[in-house]
Design a protein around this ligand. Structure first.
Ligand SMILES: [Zn+2]
Length: 175
């Protein structure tokens, strides 16, 4: 069973932020607010000598290259989260390869360094591992750990719904 992590250091916060990002972009909330939210996470983790990893689909990077470069410059790692946000479990190995390569070309074109890959919906297959290895990724990040420390009552309904939706996705997966 996959779980969502809220450990400050690595997994979790960025997953949560990913959901925030999805919410922001889906509902058209302003660039400035997204920028503030991303900086807030980077700043909060700096107090613990940590840095977040934001996994983003390459099309998001293509739309916001300056913002992503700025966040990366502040110390965040940017990981690849597909070319578009689709489920690799529905793709053949060659389709996975092609889309991952397309994603890499956007990262290379915008000069954003990357090392890791996280599948949208944490949906990966054995073939994904061949693809990641052959394209030179140093890691994939598809395991999540859940720490039950989030007080959902403190968050607006939109974020609460996104969070609960994430958990639903995760509980449907097996490691
Ligand atoms: Zn995602």
């Amino acid at each position: 069973m996959n779980l969502v992590s809220f450990s400050i250091k690595t997994k979790g916060i960025h997953n949560f932020v990913r959901r925030l990002w999805t919410a922001f972009t889906r509902f058209g909330i302003s660039h400035a607010r997204t920028q503030r939210a991303l900086h807030a996470v980077v700043d909060a983790l700096r107090d613990y000598n940590g840095a977040p990893t934001f996994f983003i689909p390459a099309v998001v990077l293509a739309r916001h290259p300056k913002l992503i470069a700025e966040i990366a410059h502040c110390g965040a790692e940017i990981g690849i989260h597909g070319y578009v946000h689709n489920d690799y479990r529905c793709l053949s190995e060659s389709e996975q390869y092609e889309q991952t390569q397309q994603a890499i070309s956007v990262f290379q074109r915008t000069l954003i360094p990357y090392e890791g890959f996280r599948n949208p919906y944490l949906g990966w297959t054995e073939e994904s591992l061949h693809v990641f290895t052959s394209l030179g990724f140093t890691y994939d990040s598809n395991d999540a750990v859940f720490h039950d420390i989030v007080d959902l009552e403190r968050y607006p309904i939109l974020l609460r719904n996104s969070y609960e939706k994430s958990l639903t996705h995760l509980s449907g997966n097996s490691v």
